[in-house]
Design a binder for this molecule. Structure first.
Ligand code: AHR
Length: 348
């Protein structure tokens, strides 16, 4: 074979080999097609199997199990507060209200809160008897994921341990009481203080606010607790009378129940309560009657009718809504001049 023939032969073989390869190369994607189709099919099937994204649950009052470990039944204010919680729970048709009475003992309130945590309630609304000593049990509630509303009095625990504080501005109430005393004793004088439960947010706030705004020409001769009750205020007033007879120009009394007890003690000692300037707190029917009778000269309002707000906040928290951290009640001061007219309208 000539050299030219050899070259032609090699070329021919090369062309044949190349053309034999080409179909295989071009066939590759075709060979992949069934695989891709299977993959796509699997994806569609997977998507179809995926559960539809769950709608967020919206709870209603019918789902709400509310724990209200009431601190006691020490005053008309407290009775009205308990009634407001119970009637609101009833009217709104909440699933369950777990209500207890701690008889003014913090250890009873703590046990009641722990029982509610165990039970897995939706929300705890706690009216704390005193300010300190709540950290441990509030931490337990937080760890259990149960929202907490601090109702009425405040706590000293870190605000991260509860969700909301709903109640009165006790410091402002004390300031208002001082302004009334300043107006009643423009030339100054000696006064006594009958204070609420030792260590309670109400007593601490009112005492501080009172001292903050009291005129310098008024001297607080003494301050003793009557634990917010009528019965305990009587012996305190009797002891005051023994010690300070003839020196008392005014009395700042932290609630109407104690004011009524003190008035009884004054009358029993033959003293006309109207001769002493009495400033009280709450604005209960009893306080209004004492203003009508001429015994109390100014009554600083503290509103116990918190039931509707407690329920509303509890439901909002249950639904994961953001609620203001501090909700303070709007309050005023009542005077004898229109007490008779207002008394029939008073709800507590
Ligand atoms: O914490 C509110 C106070 O507690 C009220 O002024 C008093 O009457 C009650 O006992």
């Amino acid at each position: 074979m000539s050299r030219v023939k050899n070259i032609a032969f090699i070329l021919l073989i090369t062309i044949m080999v190349l053309s034999a390869c080409t179909p295989a190369d071009t066939a590759a994607p075709a060979a992949e097609e069934p695989e891709a189709a299977a993959e796509a099919e699997a994806e569609v099937a997977e998507e179809a199997e995926e559960p539809a994204e769950a709608e967020p649950t919206t709870y209603t009052y019918a789902d709400l199990v509310l724990c209200y470990p009431q601190l006691g039944a020490e005053s008309d204010w407290r009775t009205a507060n308990s009634a407001s919680i119970k009637s609101s729970a009833d009217e709104l048709g909440i699933q369950q209200l777990i209500f207890s009475d701690a008889q003014q003992k913090q250890e009873n309130q703590i046990s009641a809160v722990r029982a509610c945590i165990q039970q897995g309630v939706s929300v705890i609304a706690l009216p704390p008897v005193v300010e300190d000593g709540w950290d441990a049990v509030l931490t337990e509630a937080k760890e259990a994921g149960i929202p907490v509303i601090i109702v009425d009095r405040s706590v000293s625990a870190d605000a991260s341990l509860y969700d909301v504080h709903l109640g009165s501005n006790m410091f402002l109430e004390g300031q208002r009481a001082a302004e009334e005393m300043n107006a009643l004793l423009p030339d100054g004088g000696n006064i006594l203080e009958l204070s609420g439960t030792v260590g309670s947010g109400a007593a601490v706030g009112r005492a501080d606010g009172f001292r903050d705004s009291l005129n310098d020409n008024i001297t607080i001769l003494d301050s003793q607790t009557g634990n917010f009750t009528r019965a305990e205020a009587i012996p305190v007033m009797e002891a005051f009378l023994k010690k300070y007879a003839g020196e008392i120009d005014g009395l700042f009394i932290h609630n109407d129940d104690m004011a009524i007890g003190a008035i009884e003690a004054l009358k029993a000692a033959g003293i006309n309560p109207g001769d002493i300037k009495i400033v009280s707190v709450d604005g209960t029917r009893g306080g209004f009657q004492a203003m009508i009778d001429g015994w109390i000269q100014a009554d600083v309002e503290c509103n116990p009718l918190l039931g509707p707000q407690v329920m509303e906040i509890a439901l909002a928290l249950m639904n994961g809504e953001t609620v203001e951290a501090e909700i303070l009640t709007n309050e005023t001061v009542y005077y004898p001049d229109n007490a008779e007219e207002l008394l029939p309208t008073r709800q507590y």
